[in-house]
Design a protein around this ligand. Structure first.
Ligand code: ATR
Length: 286
């Protein structure tokens, strides 16, 4: 039995390269404060060259971290260098959450959980649709495809400028996932119940394609995994056409929760105060 006088002060991190724009410290420090826990959560900028050594310090206990988050460009290396990847991260070949147990680094990927939890919160029933259309086949789309498939959506069209990249994902994620060219988009939108943008289209001043969302199924949901700005050009377009939209901020907030629970032993809540903290930070850096 745990000695009640013993206090555990756990320390966690987020690492990326660069890392200064990460909002994960705001999220985890909010939860630490809410629970009155004495632990810490720090942002560490680690270059790709130094990442393997950092993982070794976690494993051999020379760092005082019990785990942390891993972001761009380390997600694939974190998966490759960990000792106990779970099934989700194995299929993705990438991990965003690690924790140490008995000298072994365990890893998972919570991006898909973050994505589905956001939709569950803001568009309950979204998973009753038969067909989803996902725009984009980059790194960020993988966990989304996996999560939507695992929730039982029968057909997932991955539409991408470079069809070969979409085909790689179709091969990886199985027969419910189909690779499609951009030209097929108008036809694919008809009766689809869910549209997800995973690209940065429109964010860098490039023209946004005009998409007819009105042909989608009744009660269809349009969402974006990009959350800066909160209302992306594609979300704005869908809203103007009368569609239900869900912004991507909740994905960021929810993906953080499983890690916090692993490192600090408490199940955190994604609430409006936390959401507002991040929105205020986005406004400060706009
Ligand atoms: P991430 O890891 O953030 O997903 P990425 O791997 O560079 O980033 O992928 C970006 C996605 O946005 C890709 O699907 C990309 O299409 P390609 O695979 O054809 O490159 C898509 N994308 C970016 N800019 C685009 C544009 N101007 N038109 C169409 N698709 C675009």
């Amino acid at each position: 039995m745990r000695d009640s006088r013993e206090t555990f002060v756990n320390h966690a991190f987020v690492t990326g390269f660069p890392i200064k724009h990460s909002r994960s410290p705001l999220i985890h420090r909010y939860w630490l404060k809410s629970f009155g826990l004495p632990g810490s959560y720090r942002a560490l900028e680690i270059s790709p060259d130094a990442f393997a050594d950092f993982m070794n310090t976690l494993r051999d206990g020379t760092s005082d971290f019990c785990g942390g988050n891993v972001t761009i460009p380390h997600k694939e290396r974190a998966f490759a260098l960990c000792d106990r990847p779970d099934a989700l991260s194995r299929e993705l070949g990438a991990a965003n959450t690690v924790w140490v147990e008995d000298g072994l680094i365990h890893a998972t990927n919570t991006d898909g959980y973050g994505f589905t939890s956001n939709l569950d919160e803001r568009a309950a029933g979204w998973d009753r649709c038969d067909t989803a259309v996902i725009l984009g086949a980059g790194g960020a789309s993988r966990a989304v495809i996996q999560a939507v498939r695992d929730r039982g959506v029968k057909t997932i069209h991955v539409v991408n400028r470079t069809v070969a990249r979409a085909q790689e994902l179709a091969d990886r994620f199985g027969p419910s996932v189909q690779a499609q060219a951009m030209e097929a988009l108008p036809e694919l939108m008809k009766d689809a119940g869910l549209f997800i943008n995973t690209t940065s289209l429109g964010m860098d001043g490039t023209p946004v394609p005009t998409i007819d969302f009105t042909t989608m199924a009744e009660n269809a949901v349009v969402t974006d995994i990009v959350y800066v700005p909160l209302k992306t050009p594609l979300l704005a377009q869908a809203q103007l056409q009368g569609l239900r939209i869900v912004d991507g901020l909740g994905m960021l907030l929810h993906q953080a929760a499983p890690g916090f629970e692993k490192w600090f032993g408490r199940k955190p809540v994604v609430d409006e105060t936390l959401r507002q903290i991040i929105i205020d930070d986005m406004d400060r850096h706009a």
